[in-house]
Design a protein around this ligand. Structure first.
Ligand code: ADP
Ligand code: MG
Length: 381
């Protein structure tokens, strides 16, 4: 049993007075490639991490939900009457799942939940989707519901969009729900078609460094809205439903006069093409050949979409100088994490090289780990 599982089972048993009916978990994720393509109806390629939210739970007799986060040392209790969108605090991510399930016509029974997570929060690794998907897997099974995986991810997203109030796409919840071990998820954000593409790093003699730059991202919301609006306006001027539909980039660029808009379009169209190429390469078992795509993705985010910041650019260049094959920022931008493809056993050496450069630049110390493509949400005990 993992530490996390041990901890939630022990704490649940202490607090409730009997062992839990079961233990469920749902992972955080990183996006291997495909940034800001989701709202352009394009492609993304996340994989689930081994870091997860783990929940021990049992049904209770009354229509009450009691949720404890061991990370925050906080217990929140709510009933149906409390299920009002906009609820404040972390428990909204759990209450919103009950709200979304019931809104879809499912009857959810009261339950006690004790959870613990090793997904870093606020680093762009989707601790919020992990929390939602873990609670959803727990409550669905305790209430005896059969819900298809894609439908589960849509319900978890409804919680985040409509109950918590964060306007995100489906990628995070789809990754946390649909991913399988040793695979990335090639996901079409228009059709929601999902394909598992092999990503067995060990067999290829590789590891994937995930490094959190610990950059506070204050600008995220306004910059995100700006990029999104520019992409939508560009699609309108080009007469397409979304930038995913731009098939001839040169022709599209020739038809747009605004230089900033042209750069934004070039990022989205080339990034979509890179995801398609990545899917082909992984399908052929050519993981090492992802390296130039990771580099090109980073350059495109830095120069065309302009969503990187100095810490992130330094982390990427320091990782490359330390011998990483390819590296890029992952996530929405203005901070968060980078990923770098490195030789097996090199994660700590490359992480330390980045940390040295950060220290010399007087940046906050980064944190890092090896990202291991892992299974999506499910019962673990
Ligand atoms: P990210 O998803 O990138 O980690 P978000 O801001 O979307 O960042 O979500 C982080 C929020 O999710 C936290 O502020 C908290 O409200 C909630 N959360 C995540 N993990 C936990 C946890 N283990 N316990 C309680 N709340 C959590
Ligand atoms: Mg989140």
């Amino acid at each position: 049993m993992s530490n996390e599982r041990d901890t939630v089972v022990r704490t649940f048993t202490d607090r409730v007075g009997r062992p839990p009916a079961g233990v469920w978990a749902a992972p955080g994720r990183v996006n291997l490639i495909g940034e800001h393509t989701d709202y352009n109806d394009g492609f993304v390629m996340p994989f689930a991490l081994s870091q997860a939210v783990t929940v021990a739970a049992s049904p209770r007799e009354d229509d009450t939900w009691s949720v404890t986060s061991l990370n925050l040392d906080s217990t929140r209790t709510f009933t149906r009457a409390d299920l009002v969108p906009g609820m404040s605090g972390w428990a909204a991510y759990a209450a919103g799942v009950v709200w979304a399930l019931e809104g879809a016509g499912h009857q959810i029974d009261g339950a006690d939940l004790v959870l613990s997570s090793d997904v870093p929060t606020g680093a762009g690794l989707s601790s919020s989707a992990a929390l939602e998907c873990a609670v959803l897997a727990t409550l669905a099974e305790l209430s005896g519901l059969q819900i298809e995986p894609l439908e589960r991810s849509k319900l978890a997203r409804r919680c985040e969009n409509e109950f918590v109030g964060a306007p995100t796409g489906l990628m995070d919840q789809a990754a946390s729900t649909l991913c399988t071990a040793e695979h990335a998820l090639f996901f079409d954000c228009r059709s929601y078609a999902a394909e598992q593409v092999p990503l067995d790093l060990g067999v290829a003699g590789l590891e994937l460094l995930v490094l959190d730059t610990k950059t506070p991202h204050d600008l995220v919301d306004s910059e995100y809205a700006d990029r999104r609006a520019t992409c939508e306006e560009a699609a309108r001027r080009l007469g397409v439903q979304a930038l995913r539909d731009v098939l001839d980039l040169d022709d599209a660029l020739a038809r747009l006069s605004d230089p900033t808009m042209r750069r934004r379009v070039r990022h989205v169209v080339t990034e979509n093409a890179r995801v398609l190429q990545a899917a082909e390469l992984l399908g052929a078992g050519r993981i090492r050949d992802l390296a130039p795509l990771l580099d090109a993705s980073h350059a495109s985010m830095r120069d065309d979409f302009e969503i990187t910041v100095p810490t992130v650019d330094l982390a990427v260049s320091a990782a490359r100088e330390a011998g990483a094959y390819g590296a890029r920022m992952t996530g929405g931008g203005f901070g968060g994490c980078i990923i770098a493809l490195v030789e097996t056993g090199d994660v700590d050496r490359v992480g330390r090289a980045v940390a040295d450069r950060f220290q010399r630049a007087r940046y906050a110390a980064p944190a890092w780990f090896a990202g291991v493509p892992s299974a999506g949400a499910g019962r673990v005990a």
